[in-house]
Design a protein around this ligand. Sequence first.
Ligand code: FEO
Length: 165
Amino acid sequence: MKEKVSKALNAQVDRELQAEHIYLAMSLWFEREALSGFAGWLRAQAAEERTHAFRILRHLEDRNARVELGGLDKPPADYDSPLACMQAALEHEKKVTGHIDDLYELARSEGDHAAEVMLQWFVTEQVEEEKTFTQLVEQLQRVGESAAGLLVLDRQQGERGGEGR
Ligand code: FEO
């Protein structure tokens, strides 16, 4: 495996773990805001990010490439509103999509078919991730200042993501 490709994939392992860290911090914020449905959903999302990191990590190990972890940045602890928080999450996912697209291009240009196939899963996954976060942002926009609407949305998230808690 070319070092250029393995190093780029290594960086993505860190980014997925950073995403886990960010979503866990978001979950803590929602919990403090007494919105435990969103908190649980984000905790499940954080756990999913870890599985993304491990998927790439395993690929590197399977190919006898060096895996080295970098450091994590401190994620924001507070947000102005649930909408602001979810908008930040959506922006983060868009950045991840950009990185996955770049990695896919690199794997192709370097003729690394195995990495290319592995990354195809992520290309599809990012479509789903952006869709999910976009829907949440739109729902929160629709709810606006309505406390009752927010509680209904929170209960819905709790039903979807309860296993993350
Ligand atoms: Fe690992 Fe949310 O993408």
